[in-house]
Design a protein around this ligand. Sequence first.
Ligand SMILES: [Zn+2]
Length: 402
Amino acid sequence: MGIFHTHVVLPLSEPERYSGLPGRLRQIGKFERMSEKQQQKIQLDRLRALLEHAYTTVPYYRKQFDDAGFHPRQARIDRPLPLPVLTWEHLRASEAWLISTACPPEKLRVTASSGNTRVPIRFYRDIEGIRDKVALKLKLDEWSGIKPGDSSMMLWGTGSSAKRESNWKWRMDEGVFMRQTPPPPGTIAPQDLERWQFRYEKQRPTVLAGRATVLAAFAAYLMEHGVRHRPHAVIATAEVLSPLHRQLLVSAFKSEPFNQYGRRDVGMIAAECSEHEGLHFHPWGSYVEFDPVGNSPDGIVYRLLVTDLLNYGQPFIRYDTGDCVTLTDQTCSCGRWFPLAGRIVGRLADGVVRANGAVVPGIALTNSPTPMPRPFLPILPIKGARKRPANAPRRKNWAMSA
Ligand SMILES: [Zn+2]
C-alpha cells in the first residue's frame, strides 16, 4: 500500500498537500542515509539559506539581524543564534512585517495556531513548505513502522474540528485515500467510549492515534470491557504522554506507544523511534535550541526554541514555542545523533471530569476563544538566569542558550 499511496493515490487525490510527494520523500530518505557529518553540513546549509531568505525578504528580520550585527553566513548549529527570540506576541503584533515579500500571496496559506495555552493567532505558510511538512510527517510515521495508507483510527475527543469533518471532501480524502477514520467529536462520556469501541472492533485499525489523555481513557475502557484487537502501532501526540498514560497504553495494547511532537505553527518536528528512548527532533525540518529555564523532578527544564527550516512564507526563527522539555544524557540506541528530548513537559493537560462523568481533554479547553491561564509547571528558577547549569548534558550538536 505504501508506494502506491505516496506515488499515485495521494498526489492525485489532493495535490494541494501531496504534490511532488515522492520526490520530497526521496530527499528526506537520502538525507537520513547520510553520515552524521554530512547531515550536519546539510542542516547548516539549510539553516543559512533560510536565514538569508529572511534577511533579504522579511522586513522584521532585516531589522533584527542588523540590530544584532549578525549576518546569516555567520550562523552555526553548535551554538545559539545571536538573535532575539520570536514570541507569540510578535506574531500577533507584527503579522505583515513577518511575511516574506518574495512569496506571492497566492502561494501563502493561512492557518491558526493551536492556542495550546493561549488565544489562537493567525500565521502563514508557503504551499511548498506545507507539502514538505506533510512529507516529513510521513517519514516520522515510518519510525513507528507504519506506512501511508495503513488503516488508522484517530481519537481526539473534542469537537474543535467538527466543521472540517462535516466537509464531504475532507471525509473522502481522509477516509478513502488516507484510510483514516475521522476523530470522533465530543467529550469523552461513557457512551462515547462504547461507540468508539464498537467502531474500533469493526475497523480493526493498524494504527491508533490521538491525544494522550483520550487514548489513555480509551485504553482504560477497553481493559475494563475486553481488548479484542491490538493495533500495530499506537501514536500519542498533541499532549504530554505521562508515564502513567504510557503504562496504561502498554498494558492495554501490549506494545510501547510512539510519542510524537508537533504544533500547528511549526508542524510535526519530533518523534520517538523504535527504541523509545526519547523524542528525536528531525534536523531536516527544524533547528532547535534548548534554553535552560529551571529545574524539575525530572531534571533541568529547557524552553524549546524552534527555527523552522520548511516555512519560507513566514519564517519562524528562534520561535518560542511555549513548550518545555527535559533532555537525556543518553545517546539513543538507534544511533541517530538528532537532538533527543527525554520528555515534553510544557503541555501537560490532564482531563477534566464533568459532573455528569464526561471527560474533557484539558488541552481542548485552551482552544476556547477565551484566554486561559498558563498551566502550572513544577519549574524552579535557576539562580543567575540564563547561565548554563553545570549538570546540563553537553552535546556538541545541541545549541544551548548561555
Ligand atoms: Zn532513536
